[in-house]
Design a protein around this ligand. Sequence first.
Ligand SMILES: NC(=O)c1ccc[n+]([C@@H]2O[C@H](COP(=O)([O-])OP(=O)(O)OC[C@H]3O[C@@H](n4cnc5c(N)ncnc54)[C@H](OP(=O)(O)O)[C@@H]3O)[C@@H](O)[C@H]2O)c1
Length: 313
Amino acid sequence: MTEMTALRAHHRGGPEVLTVERAPMPVPAAGEVLVAVHAAAITFDELSWEETWTRDGASRTPTIVSHEVSGVVADIASGITDFQVGDEVYGLIGFERDGAAADFVAVPAADLAAKPSTVTHTVAAALPLAGLTALQALVDHAAVRPGESVLVHGGAGGVGGLTVQLAAIRGADVTATVRSDAVDLVRGFGAQRVIDVRAEAFEDAGATFDVVVDTVGGDTLDRSFAVLRPGGRLVTLSAPPPAGKADEYGISATFFIVIPDRGQLTELASMVDSGRLHVEIAATFPLDRGREAFESGRRPGHRAGKTVIVVRE
Ligand SMILES: NC(=O)c1ccc[n+]([C@@H]2O[C@H](COP(=O)([O-])OP(=O)(O)OC[C@H]3O[C@@H](n4cnc5c(N)ncnc54)[C@H](OP(=O)(O)O)[C@@H]3O)[C@@H](O)[C@H]2O)c1
């Protein structure tokens, strides 16, 4: 087989530039595994990321979207001993590489782990990017300790929902903001308090926090400095925080980009398999309606959780 079906973009733009078409079948390079994709989750913002369009400053179009995969190993490069053909795997695909909205994707073996065994590929595909981002925000960047107070902005989102759950699992006292009717859902994730920002500003209660994890950015990020205690930690995912502002408030402020990590994927899979971590699915679309999957994020009132492209049942 030399060709496959893929959801690709030939030039920059929003969902309107995405087309389902024939594309060359990827060939796994040294250290890589070829995965037969069963499901690929999307991040609505990925079409705005520079890595989606360029590598080392040069265009890398046509680009295949969706950087979270769950599937079955179809082929392996010589020398790989950690996986075998037929293994069920899941993982995060580097943003500068072609993604998983396709029949097959080549992925470095080190970026994959065994899929959680108790859930479908659709659910497993929705975990890597959001789960790794949430875990790295809380553990690697904010070093959240049991008993600390944590404010999570965007608690109904793909990353925010898992951040609320993982913070609660780590014994934090969690407050979350939402901009929708998902208050009960996010309480169910383990948040002690949920603020619907359409009705109440998050500063209004006068609370202060040890840690803020911001998945929203913009004005929400700007206003978050003032709700941290002196010495508090702000971790934001949207863009680097304004220079010097953290010093003004006597806090630390960090922006980071999630990285693939097999050990953390294995930890997340085990939390899913033991029933401690729930992955919320907003909607699923077949590959031939992949553009609609991206468009669904623009609809007002779209459901909480991740949107997944199902390639094979
Ligand atoms: N740095 C990294 O490594 C990294 C990794 C993953 C994601 N990200 C970024 O993180 C952000 C979130 O990603 P995601 O996949 O979780 O997106 P998502 O699923 O669209 O979630 C965003 C959530 O924030 C909510 N929201 C929007 N404005 C809000 C406000 N003012 N207050 C409270 N909630 C608000 C949204 O509500 P509505 O549904 O009502 O809009 C939605 O529930 C994106 O900007 C993404 O690019 C960064």
